[in-house]
Design a protein around this ligand. Sequence first.
Ligand SMILES: NC(=O)C1=CN([C@@H]2O[C@H](COP(=O)(O)OP(=O)(O)OC[C@H]3O[C@@H](n4cnc5c(N)ncnc54)[C@H](O)[C@@H]3O)[C@@H](O)[C@H]2O)C=CC1
Ligand SMILES: O=C(O)C(=O)COP(=O)(O)O
Length: 598
Amino acid sequence: MMGATTRGATRGGVRGAKCAAPRALTRFTTARPCSTKVRAVEELNRSVASGQEGLFERPTVLVAEKLGQAGIELLEKFSNVELAYDMSETELLEKIKDSDALIVRSGTQVTKEVFTASKGRLRVVGRAGVGIDNVDVHAATENGCVVVNAPNANTVAAAEHGIALLCSFARNVAQADASMREGKWNRSKLVGVSLVDKTIAIMGFGKVGSEVARRAQGLGMKVIAHDPYAPEDKAKALGVELVDFDEAVARGDFFSLHMPLTPSTDKMFNAEVFKNMKPNAVVINVARGGVIDDKALADALDNNEIAGAALDVFAVEPPPADNPLMGRPNVVLTPHLGASTVEAQEGVAVEVADAVVTALKGEPAPSAINAPMVSSELMKDLMPNAELIHKLGVVATRLGKNIKKVRATYKSVSPDDLDTRLLRANLVKGLVEHTTDAKVNLVNADLIAENRELEIEESKVKGSNSDLVSGVELVTGADPVFPDFLERNNKIAVGGKVKEGKPYLTKLGDFDMDVCLEGSVVICRQEDQPGVVGKVGQILGENSINVNFMTVGRTGPRASALMAIGVDEKPSPEVIQSLKEVEAIKEVIFVDLPGLPL
Ligand SMILES: NC(=O)C1=CN([C@@H]2O[C@H](COP(=O)(O)OP(=O)(O)OC[C@H]3O[C@@H](n4cnc5c(N)ncnc54)[C@H](O)[C@@H]3O)[C@@H](O)[C@H]2O)C=CC1
Ligand SMILES: O=C(O)C(=O)COP(=O)(O)O
């Protein structure tokens, strides 16, 4: 059954309305070709703050699983919120077409098909919790979709549930309750074990594992931990002994599992591991079902290799009736309740809503799984240069075909500290966007370059920050459009500069230029001689193409020259042909410059 309602659309949109155009931010800024995304985001923030969201179309957030009210209210300030709990797979694939963001918990599989069905509209997937094993992060990255989670707010709840299972298993609480409900008074059959002085092995010493460790110490247990990535000093500070996997397995009386499910942790608790445990060992799993081989655990219990298990999570949820761990006296089960406290659910709702809104605004979300974190401050500094390198990339593609390797040069007062990811992503966008329907962004730019075997070499030199992006060179494999002309040492070079916040082309091959990279540019190679400029202007004028600037670079009087003409309208192929027919003009290319960087 699907219970779908659309929330929060009263101020900025129509309740229940579908967003016809998903790229609200893009459309908002293309109306102002000179503006950068930073300016757009600032304006957008201001309009949200002043309640003028109607200036742009609000994004739609599809919430697929129960989310705390505080999170919903936060989302509603910025977007249309559609609550559609318990959707079937087919319903999700249908609804996703009209969604800019999707919020899930562990019960929804966000598969490749979801991204395919979204046709590029889905920009953010928010996981209201920690584990993101139900989200195909690779597919998200391929589709330029940011995945964010809520890594902090349910830590204590999960740790408390682990401790609850530990105590309830040790003292047969669940079994005792069940027997009393049957009218029995079975004291002798329900004798438990004490926890004090027993060894608990925390497997995965991250946020939840550390909180379980603290609480277990409070119960008087000896705490050891295994985690290949945990820092020694963190363990020391908590009085926890870090040991290797085999030692943990051999020494633990109780095992508390807290590692994520990844290809390397998949079924890491298998037959061989259970054989090496003590016969009194108890395995408690509040992490993910997939880290245990269910059949091997059932066999280990049948063969008395270990004493019991307490499980909150299952490889398939809910577990099918024939799951070999169901209905056993020495196995306690809960239906994935680790994060299910009132406090944790309000907390994750706010945490994920905040991350989703941040990502929808195009700002770096601290909990982004598949996007580099670029601070807002850095973003502000880099954006004009990002716009420049994006456009230099576009210009470069018009000068050389089949590009294989590109070198970008940056100047900075402290080159070692320069974070170039935003710049690199924009360069890739400029280089490939005319060849693909895929949306290139900060999330998928590196992957797209890798898939296309496009090598981006970056060199950082000391210099003024005001010349951050100094040039882009097509290094190898590019077939030049202007042979023998722009190419030197097998390279096609373009240079640029940000002036008063705007991108300028300052070099084309050996030619100095001064061309504002806004709108579109016609580039002509010609022999320098009188009358050419006039003839070109006349052809453009006769075809109602408005010229906003013209600049000529030449190697010397009456020698080779390069003319760049900024135009407001796109010339037709016929106009380009007329320009090519002007005597002295050898080559003409048209560069349509896109308005927005990432
Ligand atoms: N049952 C529930 O409702 C909940 C379940 N969880 C699960 O608990 C897991 C842990 O959550 P957090 O502690 O917040 O994550 P975390 O990222 O803070 O900690 C995970 C730890 O596992 C470690 N790890 C990775 N590979 C390992 C390996 N092969 N062996 C041992 N340790 C390994 C990591 O180094 C890290 O320290 C989550 O991935 C999630 O799947 C989290 C919250 C609620
Ligand atoms: O946060 C996690 O990893 C959890 O397992 C919690 O899952 P849930 O959001 O309760 O479906």
